[in-house]
Ligand binder design. Structure first.
Ligand SMILES: Cc1ncc(COP(=O)(O)O)c(C=O)c1O
Length: 394
């Protein structure tokens, strides 16, 4: 049976050159980067190289890159680090959007419980943040605005430049969770006016548990982990050298191939979206029709339960994901699908297919053919579907 991995927004396979770059640091090059002898200096040099490559991916300087244990940690470091640090200048308000990842949402919840003021901005029906609401939410008590560069469920790319401009006009710092965007779409922190940016290695064919936070020079954060003073005292602990070498190599490859790989994925994504929407009636695309991540296609199918769809796709050798009900262990569809205004019953039939380095044309044909068959079968079993009329029961 064919195997098609179409869940690259969840995680990606470590690319072969990335693994090859990491291997020496998992074996013979095991030195601690803080030590003075040659073995330690070699590890330190590897970290410096990785930092340069990550900085180059987003237009930062190496000094501005703080290595972390992944995207969630980078988000926590940015938000808690600003709000509880000198950068906040005593201001206590945080502004986020309603479609942020839980790494941001739950960090905001924790700050709220600790007495901070949190404002959650609405998004429109394709997931774009309401810029007027942002402008009016910022006041003299606002320390930070945190809005993602691209959404992980529906692929919508946010108007980051405009958001940064609004923040800076009002003298407020801007953090962007770019875990889904970095390495996939061009990002230049200087040109775009981003003060803090989170990214993660495992979304760009690097290893899990490794990421980075860009912190613009001069922004004074409170540390998240105290200890030996690594990462400019913001994130103590002996560095994950092999993992960070992997992040650096993944960032280099992503930068070098972004144009061609992005165009290749966008063509496959568009073919997938066209195939699914043309051949399966009562299907809707979620997220922005144009401004979306090159590899992300997301749908809702009327009269379908997302979890059943995922299990049937799995049986056909296809990995995808749903933002609906049981798969996330809660009864409600995802907060993102609710925020874009989908009705519960429609949101339950959501499917995200995210393409990556291994996806090819034949995979798309296979996904579309399989989906036509599976959605047809599931609908025929559904009490919400009129099998004779081939439409939802009114
Ligand atoms: C938008 C976004 N932010 C943050 C994260 C968390 O990143 P990590 O898994 O590296 O902690 C993810 C992962 O799914 C994500 O998609």
């Amino acid at each position: 049976m064919r195997f098609v991995y179409a869940d690259n927004a969840a995680t990606t396979r470590i690319a072969d050159p990335v693994l090859a770059a990491m291997m020496p640091y998992l074996t013979e090059n095991y030195g601690n980067p803080s030590t003075l002898y040659k073995k330690g200096r070699e590890a330190k040099k590897a970290l410096d190289d990785a930092r340069e490559k990550v900085a180059a991916l987003i237009g930062a300087t190496p000094y501005e890159i703080i290595f972390t244990g992944g995207g969630s940690e980078a988000d926590n470091m940015a938000i808690k680090g600003v709000l509880t640090g000198k950068a906040a200048k005593g201001r206590k308000k945080l502004i986020i959007s309603s479609i942020e990842h839980h790494a941001v949402l739950h960090t905001a919840d924790a700050l709220k419980k600790a007495g901070y003021d949190v404002v959650v901005l609405p998004v429109d029906s394709v997931g774009v943040v309401d810029l007027e609401a942002l402008e009016s939410a910022i006041d003299e008590n606002t320390a930070l605005v945190s809005i993602m560069a691209a959404n992980n469920e529906i692929g919508t790319i946010e108007p980051i430049r405009d958001i940064a401009r609004i923040c800076h006009d009002k003298g407020v710092l801007f953090h962007s969770d770019a875990v889904q965007a970095a390495g996939h779409i061009p990002l230049d922190v200087k040109e775009m006016g981003i003060d803090l940016l989170s990214l993660s290695a495992h979304k760009i064919n690097g290893p899990k548990g490794v990421g980075a936070l860009y912190v613009k020079k001069g922004v004074a954060l409170a540390p998240v982990i105290d200890g030996g003073g690594q990462e400019r005292g913001l994130r103590s602990g002996t560095e994950n050298v092999a993992g960070l070498v992997g992040l650096g190599e993944a960032a280099r490859i992503a930068k070098d191939h972004m144009g061609s790989e992005g165009a290749r994925l966008a063509a496959l994504r568009d073919k997938l979206i066209a195939g699914v929407t043309e051949r399966i009636p009562f299907t809707h695309v979620t997220g922005h029709p144009q401004n979306r991540l090159p590899g992300t296609a997301s749908f809702v199918f009327e009269c379908i339960e997302g979890e059943s769809l995922i299990l049937r796709l799995d049986a056909a050798g296809i990995c995808g994901s749903t933002g609906s009900a049981c798969s996330t262990g809660s009864l409600d569809p995802s907060h993102v699908l609710m925020a874009i205004g989908l009705k519960h019953e429609i949101a339950h039939g959501s499917l995200r297919l995210s393409l990556g380095i291994d996806t090819n044309d034949a995979d798309i044909d296979y996904i579309v053919d399989s989906l036509v068959e599976i959605v047809g079968k599931l609908r025929d079993m559904s009490p919400l579907w009129d099998a004779k009329e081939k439409k939802p029961v009114k």
